[in-house]
Write a protein of this length. Sequence first.
Length: 352
Amino acid sequence: MAARAKRIEIGAEDRRELERIVRSRTAERRMVERARIVLLAGEREPASRIAERVGCSTQTAKRWRARYRREGLGGLRDRARPGRPLVHGPETRARLIALACTRPPETASGQRRERWTHWELARQVGMSESQAHEILRAAEIKPHLLEQWVMSELGPDFDAQAAEVCGLYLDPPEGALVVSLDEKTGIQAKAPTRADVQARPERIARREHEYRRNGTQNLFAALKVHTGEVSAMPSKTRNRFDLIRFLERLEAEIPAAQQVIAISDNLSTRTTEEVEDWLAEHPRWRFVFTPKHASWLNQVEIFFSILARRLLKHGAFASENELAQQMLAFVETYNQTARPFRWTYTGKVLVA
């Protein structure tokens, strides 16, 4: 007879937390594994069966089952490793931290460098690389990382332009159609070299890492702000003539008596002579530009984000033509349930 599995009692609160970890997309893989082991142990599964279902060794299943029984949820965390104690005094630590917050000097050949390595910092102050890494980690200094940001010019022009855009969202002129216009560029038609392996119980779907590049497309889109519907046009290029071609499509779609206000960013194609001539020939059209570095004020960017998440991120496209067709099909499906975005702008200034 098979050995009877040891009984583990899991409280309701612990079970909710374990299930949350298993469902989480951001939890560490090792924590997900341990949570699954405990949940299966709570169902009185033997260690050999747990190991088979989780994909670990029987000894691993036994270890975390026993650790949870003794210590609860806290026992699933890694214990602090002994390691070598920090032996450097406050002066040496301060010198390391100060150095990590500077730009490294040029090399003998004149090469400019932007960041230190932990090995270089350790050598400069006379300690091991592991000691330097631990001291900087404790001080929350990460010389290997770079975070980018941009500060818009929040002067009178910014306020006035942002207020005009937000005003059109909240209270458009009577009878006017407000559209949010932009293009998503450089969309790659990629396809994996082998067919996907579909998901099954206890195993996620898998895709071949290697892929073929089958060209690129751009997508011009205009979001009708107050209905949520989108008009779109794929294009191989995205120059001023492509923009005019898209404007002509919109002109044919929109009732002739309606004034059109197009919210757009400051891309150079918007102000070319050809586009200005087109606007002069179509006096019912008017462009309103977002402030510099503030294309996020343009609501069509939200639609592009939805398109990327739902279609482009996991899509496989054998050709540019297939990519273009799929994007248009997505827009058609999207419009069947389209609603205006509940968009807000708090006007908070970036804190440096």
